[in-house]
Design a protein around this ligand. Structure first.
Ligand code: NAD
Length: 334
């Protein structure tokens, strides 16, 4: 049984609580939140102990792993404290706000020899995985261009999303999902060029149009942001164009992913003219993500997917994309 201490009883805290609830060999035994009302409510709901800060919670020797579900600017401090207390760590994405912070976190988890994973959930999302499986199989040839869209109204449940010093805008917070997936699919990027919309009232770089160049001149294109208003639905698109066919998925998930279980077809168009609606699993990606983390802890396996190194790499790409938008320059990677 893996005993969990959850830090941050907000939106993602609830998402992870629901996923952990469904895992028989894991349970949340402690909840920490600086807002007593929120933390106590979640703790009472699941019969866990409430703490008003992580320091108190970390004194609990029964805790094996800590879930960090707090605003991004708090991640570095909380991760280092959890690692120093020899707790395994699941940290929500983006890992941090800067490469320096990410490096401090990596140093800390290595020095303390704890297992650590970052919440890059597209690596566990059935449609994104199916698309990767087809590309990796080579059945439709090599990829040439991959388009990812993620357009959503700025989260309304917490006001910090609109604060640049806490989140660095959608250019980091939202776009990083697709940047991370592109790295997962295509490997290390060679260069990035972005144009963006800078909206100080929405946390800075708030809508990005990004072009990334990968090995063999394969292009990744990302259209991601939260400047849309009103009832614009959470929209995700994945279109992978390969030499001998294309994969296409267009998904609208309600206002804030509440219709995540609603399915829309992911379709394979082959060069021979055939059209195939692909079969994908229906499981909640956050459940699959947490299942992987718990399995690695329970069976003492190395975490090989969505590692902190992966989180650092996608953070570097997102920050470079913002830098490119600011300077109007292509950023090359070594
Ligand atoms: N993977 C995803 O799909 C996804 C979706 C949304 C948000 N996120 C990420 O998850 C993280 C949390 O976002 P959220 O939407 O859950 O935020 P939220 O505002 O809903 O919840 C954050 C909670 O953390 C608490 N908190 C703040 N500082 C704290 C501290 N130092 N110690 C203890 N508790 C503290 C707050 O009181 C709040 O209850 C962010 O990094 C965000 O980018 C990921």
């Amino acid at each position: 049984m893996i005993n969990i201490g959850l830090v941050g009883a907000g939106y993602m805290g609830e998402v992870h609580k629901s996923a952990i609830d469904r895992i028989s060999n894991a349970r949340i035994i402690a909840v920490a939140d600086v807002v007593e009302e929120k933390g106590k409510k979640m703790a009472e709901d699941i019969n866990a102990k409430y703490y008003n800060n992580i320091e108190g919670m970390l004194k609990n020797d029964d805790i094996d792993a800590v879930y960090i579900c707090t605003p991004t600017n708090t991640h570095v401090d909380l991760v280092k404290k959890a690692a120093d207390s020899k707790k395994n760590i699941f940290c929500e994405k983006p890992l941090a706000l800067s490469i320096e912070e990410a490096d401090e976190m990596l140093k800390s988890i290595k020095a303390n020899k704890v297992k650590a994973m970052v919440g890059h959930v597209l690596r566990f999302w059935p449609e994104y995985l199916k698309a990767k499986e087809i590309v990796d199989s080579g059945m439709i040839g090599k990829p040439r261009s991959v388009f990812c869209e993620r357009v959503v109204v700025i989260p309304k449940w917490s006001d910090w999303f609109a604060k640049e010093e806490i989140v660095k805008g959608a250019g980091l917070d939202l776009q990083i999902h697709d940047l991370d997936y592109l790295i997962f699919l295509l490997g290390k990027p060679n260069s990035v060029f972005s144009q963006g919309v800078y909206a100080p009232d929405l946390g800075g770089w708030s809508h990005m149009n990004t072009v990334i160049s990968f090995k063999d001149k394969v292009k990744g294109l990302v259209d991601a942001g939260w400047i849309v208003k009103g009832k614009f639905p959470f929209t995700m698109v994945l279109r992978i164009i390969c030499e001998e066919g294309s994969i296409d998925w267009i998904f609208r998930a309600g206002e804030n992913l509440e219709e995540i279980s609603k399915k829309s077809p992911i379709t394979l168009y082959k060069s021979d003219g055939s059209i195939e609606v692909l079969k994908v699993g229906t499981e909640d990606p956050y459940f699959l993500e947490t299942g992987y983390f718990i399995d690695c802890l329970e069976n003492n396996k190395d975490i090989k997917n969505a590692t902190f190194e992966d989180g650092r790499e996608s953070l570097e790409l997102a920050l470079s994309s913002i830098e490119s938008a600011k300077t109007d320059k292509i950023i090359q990677f070594k």
